[in-house]
Design a protein around this ligand. Sequence first.
Ligand code: GLC
Length: 420
Amino acid sequence: MVSASDAALLQARALALLRRNVHQGHDPYLGRLYAYVCPSRRRYHWQWFWDSCFHAIALSRLDLDLAQRELLNLVSVQESDGFIGHVTHWGRRPILPIWGYLQSRLGLRPHHTALVQPPVLAYAAWRVFQAGEDTAFLKEIIPHLNLYYRWLAEHRDPDGDGLVSIITPYESGLDHSPAYDAMLHIRRVRPSRVITELRLRWLDAWHLVLSPNYNLDRILAWDRFVVEDVLFNCIYAEGLWRLGELDRAAGQHEQAGRWEDLAQRVEAAILSKCHDPATGLYFNLEGRAERRQRVLTVTALFPLILKTLPRARAEEIVRHLTDANEFWLPYPVPSVARSDPSFDPARTRFLWRGPTWLNTNWFLMRGLRLHGYAELAQTIAQGSAELVLREGFREYFNPLTGQGLGARGFGWSTLVVDML
Ligand code: GLC
């Protein structure tokens, strides 16, 4: 049981960490000042899209001014068509690492990649707005939000079913997740790091060869890696509902109605197309043919955050979540179920193939609360807080032993302050 004084300690440490991770300065190429919280001072230097959203959510409880600035800095590089890259490279950068070029439009110093990450932005903005009811902040951010979600809907839904598609595993946020192995022709359940990296970079390189400008029509038409990802789309749907609320708060009722209709459509598509009746779980859809994947990862549980998830469907998910052979391990919730052959609880520098991450715990906890599983939600919240108290703000944790792994001083693990 995490006591009130432990909770206060976590808050103080979280705030200190997020402030320590601030990078600021002047970007000579964009000709402007910047300030953002990097995910980890040693390992992740740039501004990452969904990390920033998580930082802002934690900060909405700790330092509202910094929370607002985090999101405004993120949207400040938005293209005129609405796009925002999954990594923004701020500051002096003589050259980028090679993958920075492979994931960006051709250029000497691309200021952001041409990829996206799960769209946590509207939810984060909603939380930051809720925390202060600051209408000046709302007025400043809302045009960016409307433009961003319009971009997603217009450019990432080639078959018009409401579900948006990703074009590389990096866009899912779960880089090396075994869910994508088959599409990358990775056949071993414990692949080598080198092979996996090569296959991923190869895909990026092909995109660039197909279109140096990352023209999505060409990339989507190629249909080599186009995935309607469950986790991405659940977060998209949640964002659309919150965007509707923000538009209403800004007096834009018609726009709000359009987002709510879309949110409904996205949820209905997830519930009908991704649902696997045999297991009651939800799987990503591959390519134009929409083949359903079968790998049992934490993604399969994500519809728990959907507003319109029927009670019986929630029960099905909770059955798997609480199954000790699948997700209910000593330190839940693992990124891959124990029953899946690819489950690998400890391998470091190989991401999302077993360990427990706090951002996914945070989503699942909220989903459980939303559907009336308060006690289970509390167990996940307490377990997450205990992990951080014992191991620090690590990037991820061994679900069997609780050992902290990956980067230290990792930004989004501060989400625990939002779980207590
Ligand atoms: C890893 C994660 C990704 C995260 C990034 C920065 O690439 O897979 O989700 O955004 O690190 O923390």
